[in-house]
Design a protein. Structure first.
Length: 261
């Protein structure tokens, strides 16, 4: 039986396990984990027949890969744009933490060989979406780190959203067959929101995640006075990739595009 929402805790090794290929969220077809590293700590990644993206959530680190070293920093997900290293099967990458660091690691099965790429804030600028629509209650900042349009060799998509206080995202309610994971962070520890997955509603809190499958609609909302960050990750299906131009909005709500508020 697959689950649609999770509240994982960090273990003693500083690892927070979201989805794996054999846990209750295996229908996501991705291995997704968050790690907390302390100053001076190193962590190495090398996976066979899998591609991987290592997204910096906060802190200062050095990516070491293919005889290269890139040192980057990010105060937090709310004030600075992302750095993300994307690499293919059998590439060895090590992370050196210069202070307390938090990273999100997304992997999926893929035997395709492609060049390693470090996405920087210049590559992935924030942009506002839905400005002025739906009474301006769905305005949000969005970036897409990579997707099928920019990385057709990948089997994954990864991006970020910041909800304005009290606003919605993923609105209008939309659906797609490809599995998607939302990982939530809030600008205050008591922050919360609501995650709508089909006919079910879950309380979003810091470190929780949604696992969306079977073409269920999945809009989100955040409580007033809090900012909500979402890392959104999609797994393409073979011969059926997720494409940004396919809105797949719930037909019952399309009239709202022309509604006056």
């Amino acid at each position: 039986m697959y689950k649609s929402f999770g509240y994982p805790q960090f273990n003693e090794q500083g690892e927070q396990i979201l989805t794996t290929y054999d846990n209750e969220y295996s229908n996501m077809l991705m291995d997704i984990r968050v790690y907390r590293l302390t100053k001076g700590q190193t962590k190495t990644f090398i996976k066979h027949n899998e591609e991987t993206a290592i997204l910096l959530l906060s802190g200062k680190l050095t990516y070491n890969f293919e005889d290269k070293s890139e040192t980057v920093s990010r105060k937090d997900v709310f004030s600075e744009a992302p750095y993300c290293l994307h690499f293919c099967t059998d590439i060895k990458v090590s992370i050196l933490a210069h202070n307390d660091v938090e990273i999100l690691v997304q992997s999926t099965k893929n035997t395709t060989i492609f060049p390693t790429k470090l996405y920087t804030p210049t590559d992935v600028p924030w942009g506002y979406s839905c400005v002025g629509k739906f009474g301006d209650t769905a305005k949000r900042q969005v970036n897409t780190i990579f997707d099928y349009d920019t990385a057709p060799y990948s089997n994954m998509v990864i991006g970020e959203v910041i909800n304005d206080r009290g606003n919605w995202s993923g609105y209008l309610p939309h659906r797609h067959p490809q599995p998607e994971v939302y990982y939530f962070k809030f600008d205050r520890p008591e922050g919360f929101g609501a995650s709508f997955i089909g006919n079910d509603v879950f309380k979003s809190i810091d470190g929780s995640f949604a696992a969306i499958a079977d073409s269920k609609t999945h809009p989100q909302a955040v409580a007033p006075c809090f900012l909500m960050y979402t890392c959104w990750m999609i797994r393409h299906f073979d011969n059926n990739p997720w494409l940004r131009q396919n809105c797949n909005e719930d037909e019952r709500y399309i009239w709202l595009h022309d509604a006056k508020f």
